[in-house]
Design a protein around this ligand. Structure first.
Ligand code: SF4
Ligand code: SF4
Ligand code: FES
Length: 245
């Protein structure tokens, strides 16, 4: 017989603001191999059909199930109950717009961040359909791929001290995005142009460097290295711009 588990879940429906946010306890029996995906679906099917949360892939791919599990941002679909105490608190990720209970709108945040960091390859040269495909060595391709592995779950943002007090901070996910294009030789932006995008207090210089983001990233994007890389490049670009002026 498994343990009796208690899940203390934040409830809030923006459509009924007169009911203030509160915690509600749900109890169920633990089963072998149980994840929070199973727990939340069981609660919704058997105890309260109004409970809101997001899952799509159940396999750490889609990034939709980020939440605070006992205060730590992580993916619910890959969290096993065997690693949790008898009582677990589930809260929605902060920083993002709350849609209800555990469901937040990460999509709008990431779309705005993509526009702000101009997350596309910048190259003004004319397209030549007869040119040979540009080659790239494996090491460099892998470096670019490291940045592309972000699944946009928002865990690095929800647990970031700066993002929690500065809504305009681009966070580790934003800095990682900039790093991805900086290392890509197809992108012809200069360091000075990147400085306009990320060389500010709401960009890389707002980061206080305690690396909660690196600890919390569920897919292991090397955020520590990406932040250090962008910070170094932007500090040097800022210094050169100052000397020139
Ligand atoms: S290291 Fe920077 S980006 Fe990462 S959590 Fe801390 S302040 Fe946020
Ligand atoms: S960098 Fe990691 S924690 Fe941040 S949004 Fe991407 S996958 Fe999630
Ligand atoms: S449901 Fe897709 S990452 Fe958890």
């Amino acid at each position: 017989m498994g343990r009796e588990l208690t899940f203390r879940i934040m409830r809030y429906n923006p459509e009924t603001p007169e009911v203030k946010p509160h915690l509600q306890d749900f109890k169920l029996q633990e089963e072998p191999g149980m994840t929070l995906f199973v727990v939340l679906n069981k609660i919704r099917e058997e105890q309260d059909s109004s409970l809101r949360f997001d899952f799509v892939c159940r396999a750490s791919i889609c990034g939709s199930c980020g939440m605070l599990v006992n205060g730590r941002p992580t993916l619910a679909c890959r969290t096993l109950t065997k690693d949790l105490p008898d009582v677990t608190t589930l809260l929605p990720l902060p920083v993002f717009k709350l849609l209800g209970d555990l469901s937040v709108d990460t999509g709008t945040w990431f779309r705005e961040m993509s526009i702000r960091t101009e997350s596309w390859v910048h190259d003004d040269s004319e397209f030549d359909p007869t040119a040979e495909e540009a080659r790239m060595d494996n090491e460099l391709a892998l470096k670019i791929y490291e940045g592309d592995r972000c699944i946009e779950c928002g865990c690095c943002i929800g647990g970031c001290a700066t993002a929690n007090i500065r809504p305009d901070f681009i966070g580790a996910a934003g800095i990682n995005r900039v790093a991805r294009f900086m290392v890509d030789p197809h992108d012809k932006r200069t360091d000075q142009e990147y400085f306009e995008v990320v060389g500010s207090e709401d960009g890389v210089f707002g980061c206080i460097g305690l690396m909660a983001c690196d600890d919390n990233c569920p897919v292991g994007v090397p955020l520590r290295g990406q932040i250090a890389y962008v910070r170094r490049k932007m500090a040097s670009a800022g210094w050169k711009m100052k000397v020139k002026s």
